[in-house]
Design a protein around this ligand. Structure first.
Ligand code: ADP
Length: 271
């Protein structure tokens, strides 16, 4: 990232609303000449369940990948819990963030992908305990106790001793959800988590996510084509088109009475 994207030092200790967990400020992301996110600014309050909707290619997944630091913005800044994901303070100055800083901030963020991404050579229990032991430094006993509670939450207690290949896609995705939660992240990012599943397995995964949304105070950012699910769990819906948020509001507002023609067209095509 070039130096001119560094925020001014006036912004070094910005006042952050106590409730705000995520803040994108003037974020632009390009792939070659393709501007995928264009000067994007938005915030997400702690504990909220936010769904990103919009046509394919509108930049939704890019938002999640930026938050996971799988990508870096070309311009602008991203803060999680007040800490810059993109920058860190060194000697009173903000400089592009180093790996160590990024790893620290990222501990607050968990992600579940379309393609489960479980470790194929590890049994279910170990898939869930691995990162809490190696990254957070939990003892094996603590990590296993946490993993057992989570396996109960996702309804897979009896499968803890199996390998991922012995489970259905829906079960594997529920393990992936438990694995993300085992890190006790403040934010859970869900990237089209049911898209790769056979239709009959989708409901089980969505039910688990509904339970988590209801029973925990975790902040969720969710990209999904499951509009009924989005309507059920969302405190806020953001409608994307060509790298811009063209409309945002409550699920009732966006699904019931959207302001933009583009939102109406999109919803009538997918509902
Ligand atoms: P959505 O999630 O809304 O479908 P994405 O964020 O996945 O959209 O993609 C937005 C745009 O960025 C698309 O035009 C896509 O082709 C492009 N894109 C995404 N990832 C890459 C990449 N790694 N390299 C080049 N182009 C990419």
């Amino acid at each position: 990232m070039s130096a001119d994207t560094t925020p001014s030092n006036q912004e070094a200790n910005p006042p952050v609303d106590g409730k705000e967990l995520i803040r994108f400020s003037k974020v632009t992301k390009r792939f070659g000449s393709n501007t995928v996110l264009d000067d994007l600014t938005f915030g997400v309050d702690s504990g909220k369940h936010v769904t990103l909707i919009g046509p394919s290619g509108s930049g939704k997944t890019t938002i999640l990948r930026l938050l996971m630091t799988l990508l870096k913005p070309d311009e602008g800044t991203i803060r999680v819990n007040g800490d810059y994901l993109t920058h860190e303070e060194r000697g009173g100055k903000l400089v592009p963030a180093g790996e160590k800083h990024i790893r620290e901030v990222r501990k607050n963020i968990g992600m579940v992908f379309q393609q489960f991404n479980l470790f194929p050579n590890m049994k279910v229990l170990r898939n869930i305990t691995e990162a809490p032991v190696t990254v957070l430094g939990l003892s094996k006993d603590e990590a296993e106790s946490r993993a057992r509670d989570l396996l109960e939450l996702v309804g897979l207690t009896e499968h803890l001793d199996k390998y991922p290949s012995q489970l259905s896609g829906g079960q594997q995705q529920r393990v992936a959800i438990a694995r993300a939660l085992a890190m006790r992240p403040q934010v859970l990012l869900l990237d089209e988590v049911t898209s790769a599943l056979d239709p009959e397995l989708v409901a089980g995964v969505l039910d688990v996510l509904r339970d988590i949304a209801r029973s925990t105070d975790i902040t969720m950012l969710c990209v999904t084509h499951e509009m009924n699910f989005a309507r059920d769990i969302s405190d806020q819906v953001m409608m994307f088109d060509e790298g811009h948020i063209i409309e945002t509001g409550s699920a009732e507002k966006i699904f019931g009475d959207p302001d933009h023609t583009r939102t109406r067209e999109f919803l009538s095509a997918v509902l």
